[in-house]
Ligand binder design. Structure first.
Ligand SMILES: NC(=O)c1ccc[n+]([C@@H]2O[C@H](COP(=O)([O-])OP(=O)(O)OC[C@H]3O[C@@H](n4cnc5c(N)ncnc54)[C@H](OP(=O)(O)O)[C@@H]3O)[C@@H](O)[C@H]2O)c1
Length: 354
């Protein structure tokens, strides 16, 4: 059977994902990559041509075919047909839940579906390196790749607090997500000055801690997490302050050792987001750092033996890309050892040091 990955949406997250699947499809065991672009825009022409030149096939709605063809693009498939013949559908729009209701639940062809961070409730929440064992082959056809800051929170907690067979040593985790205003691919929603967020969730503060709680719940862990958020007038990267209160003593050396031992965590001595971002631009895939988080080593502190403090930078959409690829490969062949092998071609962008 032909293995087809179909990406819906060509925005900040969809575009690099289409490129990545086409670049590495042979080594990942993928036969064909298709994508759905909804709006025919002159300003998007070059991006679409580039994706087509890499070998991806364009699908669009029937009433848009002429507009795309008039721009010189080859339309290979009707949107509905592309969904039905896909093996895995990767929704990269802010409308994943709506698309699930309108289309995905009515399809019989695909083996599974992914949606991204904003689509709470789409399916089982997932982050690579955190809850692989929670995904059940055959049952989990719908998977939500959690947001980039949720990747950072879950990675910090798991890396520092996981005690293997002895459970988890987190008493409480507090996080301040200092979000970049808008992505450099976007022109709207820039903020002129820091804009503080409300605590809309009485238990978790913001959705970041709530979503991280949801990921750990899939592992039967009930953790005390709280987050606040502020948008900064920068386009570079999300930064995060964290405090992890532990149920046992931990030396700073152990904290550093734990971060260094996790190959999906990058550590850095850089304290400026622009320098970390620039590293991604110079060395990353599509400019992205695929590590789960970038921990700033000089900021780490252990207070009163049981409180770990520090800052990290969130490789926005880089960590979601890694989890999206891993979950797609798992849906096609649910064997994590084989997924690790098929992820090999992109491992060099999962930096251990920045
Ligand atoms: N940006 C990040 O750093 C980041 C990181 C992690 C997760 N995410 C998540 O990824 C998702 C997408 O975010 P993004 O930043 O990539 O968005 P984006 O740059 O605004 O792109 C959205 C894309 O979705 C398409 N689209 C929107 N509604 C659609 C619909 N109903 N049917 C088909 N296509 C539709 C748009 O297509 P047209 O242009 O063709 O209309 C556009 O290509 C969100 O859930 C977000 O939370 C984003």
């Amino acid at each position: 059977m032909k293995r087809v990955v179909h990406v819906v949406g060509t925005g900040t997250i969809g575009e690099p994902l289409i490129g990545l699947f086409t670049d590495f499809r042979d080594r990942m065991g993928i036969d064909e990559v298709t994508f759905h672009k909804r709006t025919p825009l002159e300003s998007d022409k070059a991006r679409i041509s580039h994706l087509l030149a890499r070998g991806a096939k364009l699908a669009t709605d029937r009433d848009r075919v002429n507009s795309f063809e008039n721009m010189g693009h080859t339309v290979s498939l009707d949107a509905q047909e592309a969904l039905e013949r896909a093996t895995v559908v990767v929704d990269c729009t802010p409308a994943g839940n709506q698309n699930k209701e309108d289309y995905y639940t009515k399809l019989t062809g695909p083996m599974g579906y992914l949606a991204q961070g904003s689509e709470f409730g789409f399916g089982k929440p997932f982050a690579r390196g955190i809850n692989e064992e929670a995904l059940v082959a055959g049952d989990d056809k719908y998977i939500q790749i959690v947001s980039c800051n949720t990747h950072s929170i879950t990675t910090l907690v798991k890396t520092i607090c996981d005690e293997g067979e002895n459970g988890n040593c987190l008493e409480r985790g507090n996080f301040v997500c200092m979000r970049r205003a808008n992505d450099i691919t976007q022109v709207e929603k820039f903020v002129p000055a820091p804009s503080v967020g409300t605590h809309e969730d009485p238990q978790f503060g913001t959705h970041h801690a709530r979503d991280a709680f949801g990921v750990f719940q899939t592992l039967d862990l009930d953790l005390d997490l709280f987050s606040s958020a502020v948008k900064l007038n920068t386009q570079y990267m999300h930064s995060m302050w964290f405090q992890l209160r532990l149920t046992r003593d931990m030396e700073l050396e152990e904290v550093i050792e734990r971060f260094r031992a996790n190959l999906r965590v990058a550590t850095t001595s850089k304290r400026e987001a622009n320098l970390v971002f620039s590293f991604g631009r110079d060395h990353g895939y599509y400019g992205r750092i695929l590590s789960q988080t970038v921990v700033v080593l000089p900021t780490l502190l252990v207070r009163n033996k049981r409180e770990v403090y520090g800052f990290c930078f969130t490789p926005q959409d880089g960590n979601s890309l890694l989890s999206s690829v891993a979950a797609t490969l798992w849906l096609m062949e649910p064997d994590w050892e084989s997924v690790s092998e098929r992820l090999e071609p992109i491992r060099r962008w999962v930096y251990h040091e920045v």
